[in-house]
Design a protein. Structure first.
Length: 91
């Protein structure tokens, strides 16, 4: 699936990269397995990380307002945006 020019939002998920039981990175993953963006765990509040771990937080990616960018949003089960970021679209 080409994620560069998608008009509709694609559902994403969060994956933790751990070493020795310690979370080192939080990856926002596209359904096709692509890592869209990666963050240090300190980016997120501890309660948000806990909610990510148990699957209460989902992500979505869509075309950004500017050409060449994509918007990532993490949303809770009520649909509220709890984190947002803009990333460059891969060419």
């Amino acid at each position: 699936m080409d994620t560069r020019n998608a008009d509709a939002a694609a559902d994403c998920w969060c994956r933790f990269e751990s070493e020795g039981g310690v979370v080192r990175r939080v990856h926002v993953m596209h359904p096709n397995g692509e890592i869209l963006s990666s963050y240090p765990p300190q980016t997120f509040a501890p309660d948000l990380l806990a909610r990510m771990r148990i699957g209460q937080i989902r992500g979505r990616v869509q075309a950004g307002a500017l050409e060449g960018e994509r918007k990532i949003e993490l949303v809770d089960s009520a649909g509220r945006v709890v984190f947002a970021d803009r990333i460059s679209a891969k060419r």
